[in-house]
Design a binder for this molecule. Structure first.
Ligand SMILES: *Cc1c(COP(=O)(O)O)cnc(C)c1O
Length: 226
C-alpha cells in the first residue's frame, strides 16, 4: 500500500515535470495539492514524510479529525463548500480556501481570521461549466464579487478556481481556456492575482496547458474513493 502511494506520488511529480517540459515551460512551477478527502491521516503522513506539504480537504468535519493529529506545517487547502457554522474553524486552521462564492461566507471568514495569523489566502470559485448543481460565481458577476472580497481585511485574494464539467476533451479545454481568459482579464483590470486553481486527476495535463498554477489531484494519488 505505502509503496504504491509513494510510487504514484513520484510518477505524478515526474509527469508534471514532463508536461511542463513538453510545453517548453521548465521554468514555471505548478503546485500539486494532494486531495486527501476520505483517506486517512496515515496516508497524508506518508506524503508528508516524502516532503509534501500541500493537502486539500473537502469535508470540514472530517478534516478537523485529521489536522489535529498531523504536523503543524502542513499547508491546508479547503476545496469544498463551507457552511456558515464552519467558518470559524476554517479561519483559525486553514491556509487557503479555494471555494469562495458567497459574500456572507467571505465576510465571516475575514472576521474570524485571527490577527496573529497571515491573511487567509482565497480563490473565487467560478461556475465555468454553467451546471446548476455546481457552486461558483457566474463569470459576469466575477469583477463585482472580487472587489467585495478585496475589501475584506483578513482575506488575501489570490486567484480563481474551477471544477470543469465531467465531459469530452473539447468541452473541458474550452472551459479551461475560458478560465485562463477570465484570469488574464482580471489581471489586466488591476487585480493582483497569482493563482489559477484547476485540474484534477483526469484533466490536470490540460489544466497545465491553460496556465493552472495549482492542480488538485486526489484519486490518481491515493486511489479510488469509496
Ligand atoms: C475531490 C476533488 C478533487 C480531486 O479529484 P480527483 O478526481 O480525485 O483527483 C479536486 N478538486 C475538488 C474541488 C474536489 O472536490
Amino acid at each position: 500500500m505505502n509503496d504504491s502511494l509513494q510510487k504514484r506520488y513520484d510518477e505524478l511529480q515526474n509527469a508534471i515535470q514532463n508536461t511542463l517540459h513538453s510545453f517548453n515551460n521548465d521554468q514555471r512551477s505548478v503546485n500539486l495539492i494532494a486531495v486527501s478527502k476520505t483517506f486517512p491521516a496515515d496516508d497524508i503522513k506518508i506524503l508528508y514524510d516524502l516532503g509534501h506539504r500541500d493537502f486539500g480537504e473537502n469535508y470540514i468535519q472530517e478534516w478537523i479529525g485529521k489536522y489535529q493529529s498531523l504536523p503543524e506545517d502542513i499547508i491546508w487547502h479547503i476545496i469544498g463548500d463551507i457552511q456558515s457554522n464552519k467558518t470559524r474553524i476554517v479561519a483559525e486552521n486553514a491556509d487557503w480556501v479555494h471555494t469562495l462564492s458567497r459574500i456572507k461566507i467571505a465576510e465571516r471568514l475575514s472576521e474570524a481570521r485571527p490577527s496573529h495569523l497571515p491573511k487567509l489566502n482565497v480563490c473565487i470559485e467560478v461556475n465555468i461549466s454553467g451546471e446548476t448543481q455546481k457552486h461558483g460565481i457566474h463569470p459576469d458577476e466575477l469583477i463585482d464579487f472580487a472587489k467585495h472580497v478585496q475589501n475584506l481585511p483578513q482575506l488575501n485574494l489570490r486567484g480563481l478556481m474551477c471544477i470543469t464539467a465531467n465531459a469530452d476533451e473539447i468541452t473541458v479545454r474550452n472551459q479551461m481556456q475560458a478560465m485562463q481568459n477570465l484570469f488574464n482579464n482580471m489581471i489586466n483590470n488591476g487585480f493582483n492575482l497569482d493563482t489559477l486553481s484547476m485540474g484534477m486527476s483526469n484533466d490536470w495535463k490540460f489544466a497545465i496547458e491553460y496556465g493552472a498554477t495549482h492542480i488538485r489531484v486526489g484519486s490518481a494519488l491515493f486511489g479510488s474513493r469509496k
